[in-house]
Design a protein around this ligand. Sequence first.
Ligand code: MN
Length: 189
Amino acid sequence: MELHGGHISVESEGDTKGSVFTFAIPLVLTCDEYRESGSIISGPESATQCSHANILSGESNRPRILVVEDNSANMKLITNLLEAGGYSTLQAFSAEEAINILKTQTPDLILMDISLPGTDGLKATKVIKSNPDTSHVTVVALTAHSMKDDESRAKEVGCDAYILKPIDTRIFYSTLSGLIKSEGSGAVA
Ligand code: MN
């Protein structure tokens, strides 16, 4: 629940009395869902996503983001957030897989988990930034709050920005939209 930005609690009056589990997670709406809701559900996050999806309208114009993340729950959360925000996604569960994908595809941005089994995100970023075919691709490090050194090390190896985990969706979207300028026709803002 916390990985999804929510929380969970349990209450029980004791043995054989049963238990009540309560959880809450933030609702992420796509632009269409937001419009259909007739703005009944409002909030800064929904509004940001909707205007973002408008700017990035058109499937083929959607910026492509390669997500490198070994934790499957995090992968699901991140790709859901990206797709709700108007991005298309590529997934790699290891640095090796990411480097393989980059041989045939050029994403607009890479979200790179630093803590990966095998080659870690820092080494992978070094490889990406030292290859002339991929050195221009923006790399955003995903670092855990507890790993303070990761931030400076991420910058050292060439990461363009970093996002802390657990992810704050507003910071997540504003960081990405600051780094990706919408391309092609249909850009309004
Ligand atoms: Mn990881």
